[in-house]
Design a protein around this ligand. Structure first.
Ligand code: HEM
Length: 134
């Protein structure tokens, strides 16, 4: 059995320089010190997140599947159970990305939307009918 190392967010916050840079992404901790010079997005953005939670920044960039796989090379451990966060990103399925996202948002309003559209069409039809017959 492999035991996963765990660290508190305070532990992570100590690794906030180019000598040791840890970033939290999705409650997992990555030591990107050796990656600083190789990151295609530059070392500055990584250093900005170093010692903290870079989940949002990482997801906002829309990193490729390759980039996601690559980050596992730098995995050092997990955030301790008590300090784990639920991210808004957890609810999204990143594989289907924007499509799933739209579907999620659309579900609530699609019925309302179509009722409004049908009403507008019905009104126009009624108006045309009225104008023709008068
Ligand atoms: C271990 C963590 C990370 C890995 C392995 C990683 C890897 C990569 C890779 C491979 C790319 C090239 C484009 C792609 O394949 O998506 C990239 C681009 C980029 N990354 Fe990261 N990245 C990491 C963390 C971050 C973080 C925390 C930020 C914070 C903002 C960030 C910002 C960017 C930006 C701005 C680009 C450039 C996008 C562009 O020019 O199109 N990355 N990263």
């Amino acid at each position: 059995m492999t035991t996963v190392k765990t660290f508190s967010r305070r532990d992570v916050s100590e690794h906030n320089t180019n000598r040791s840079a840890w970033i939290v992404i999705g409650n997992k901790i990555y030591d990107v010190t050796k990656f600083l010079d190789e990151h295609p997005g530059g070392c500055e953005v990584l250093l900005e997140q170093a010692g903290g939670d870079g989940t949002e920044a990482f997801e906002d960039v829309g990193h490729s599947t390759d980039a996601r796989a690559m980050k596992e090379e730098f995995y050092v451990g997990d955030i301790i159970e008590e300090e784990k966060t639920t991210y808004s990103y957890d609810k999204k399925t990143w594989k289907s990305g924007v499509v799933g996202d739209n579907k999620q948002r659309g579900e609530g309003s699609s019925l309302k939307d179509s009722i409004i559209w049908y009403s507008i069409v019905a009104l126009i039809v009624a108006l045309v009918y009225y104008l023709i017959n008068h």
